[in-house]
Ligand binder design. Structure first.
Ligand code: 5GP
Length: 122
């Protein structure tokens, strides 16, 4: 799938749509999800034009990939959820219900998050 510069996260990166920013460096922007699914629900996105995890893992530089992973860990600590636990999740494609076609990962925490998939589907 080709990258669409009109997607909502591209617009956030360009400053056309506001966000509640919690972290930024050369490669990553992180902000609160507009429709939180947990007490803490933050999105981390690369600044590069990657459609999905499949695209990012295949095409991003080692520096971009490392920056994203470092940011997840740093935010877990900075947001105060590392001690009690958090979940980090990336949806790729239709089966995972990826809604926004700019690669992003979710960081959930601040409460008991239950089992990985609920209800079980297999
Ligand atoms: P996905 O299902 O693609 O993994 O998740 C997309 C996420 O983006 C959803 O949790 C949704 O609430 C969030 N989202 C969609 N539009 C906006 C927006 O304009 N601002 C913010 N902060 N989050 C958004």
């Amino acid at each position: 799938m080709a990258y669409d510069d009109g997607n909502v996260f591209a617009r956030i990166l360009r400053g056309e749509i506001p966000c509640k920013k919690v972290f930024e460096d050369d490669h990553v922007l992180a902000f609160h999800d507009i429709n939180p699914q947990a007490k803490t629900h933050v999105l981390l996105i690369p600044k590069g034009r990657y459609v999905s995890l499949d695209d990012f893992s295949a095409s991003a530089s080692d520096a971009e990939i490392a920056a994203l992973m470092r940011a997840v860990g740093r935010l877990g600590r900075d947001l105060g959820v590392a001690a009690t636990g958090y979940r980090f999740l990336g949806n790729h494609g239709p089966d995972a219900h990826q809604e926004v076609a700019h690669f992003h990962v979710h960081l959930f925490g601040g409460q008991d998050l239950g089992r990985m998939l609920s209800p079980p589907r297999v």
